[in-house]
Design a protein around this ligand. Structure first.
Ligand code: MG
Length: 228
């Protein structure tokens, strides 16, 4: 009775205590690690969870705890994913060459379709929806949060893929929410905002994560994902 009275006075329904199931426990790990329920896609050692465009082994150079783009083509995860939380660390070349899109270009493609741009965006002018932090060709980043060339940077991405609604015709657009180096750059933007039928032909529930080979020696290290 006393518990009920105190809880009621505090504005809390007593039944909510009893009804709540235990939350799943996730060990967030060390700052250098990954959460306990994450799928580690690259830990600096090998690219066994990735393949090349031709289906053969991924052939990017792996050394010193990172994988480096080397002109052998984009790499694809063997597993496919739908909604997810994704962490990717990358560094554009310390030695600056080229300008605009021709400088430290790579990319992180969700479902092999939707590119979060990787670019050396440090004092490097280009079109805004192609800048680092852009959902390429769709949404410019809210701000330019690039670190200097050669420094390690991180994307933290929450992705919900577009999908056909229950009526089988209209599309729920899905969303991207993205932090670059801990700074919000995409705030729940739609993945598909067009309503033209042609734009939706390739909506899929799951697809591979792809890291782009744009011909620049961009490096990657920790990559982990939590399917949602
Ligand atoms: Mg790119």
């Amino acid at each position: 009775m006393l518990v009920w009275l105190v809880a009621t006075l505090a504005g809390v329904a007593v039944t909510s205590f009893a009804a709540d199931a235990d939350l799943k426990v996730v060990d967030p790990g060390t700052p250098d690690g990954a959460p306990s329920d994450a799928i580690v896609l690259f830990d600096g050692k090998d690219l066994s969870q990735w393949h090349a465009e031709d289906g053969g082994p991924a052939r990017w150079k792996v050394e010193n705890g990172c994988a480096q783009v080397n002109g052998t083509g984009s790499i694809f995860t063997r597993q496919e994913f739908g909604a997810c939380q994704l962490h990717v660390e990358f560094a554009t070349p310390a030695q600056v060459e080229g300008n605009g899109q021709d400088r430290g270009n790579s990319g992180v493609y969700l479902q092999g379709r939707y590119e979060m741009q990787v670019l050396d965006g440090y004092h490097n002018k280009t079109y805004n929806d192609g800048q680092i932090g852009a959902f390429y060709g769709n949404f410019a980043p809210l701000v330019n949060a690039a670190r200097k060339p050669g420094e390690w940077q991180a994307y933290d991405i929450v992705f919900h893929p577009p999908k056909l609604a229950a009526d089988g015709k209209t599309v729920e657009p899905g969303s991207f929410t993205v932090l670059l180096n801990g700074v919000l750059v995409q705030d729940h933007v739609p993945v598909k905002s067009s309503t033209t039928a042609a734009a939706f032909h390739d909506i899929v529930p799951k697809g591979p994560l792809v890291l782009q080979d744009h011909g620049h020696p961009v490096r990657y290290r920790k990559v982990w994902i939590r399917p949602l």
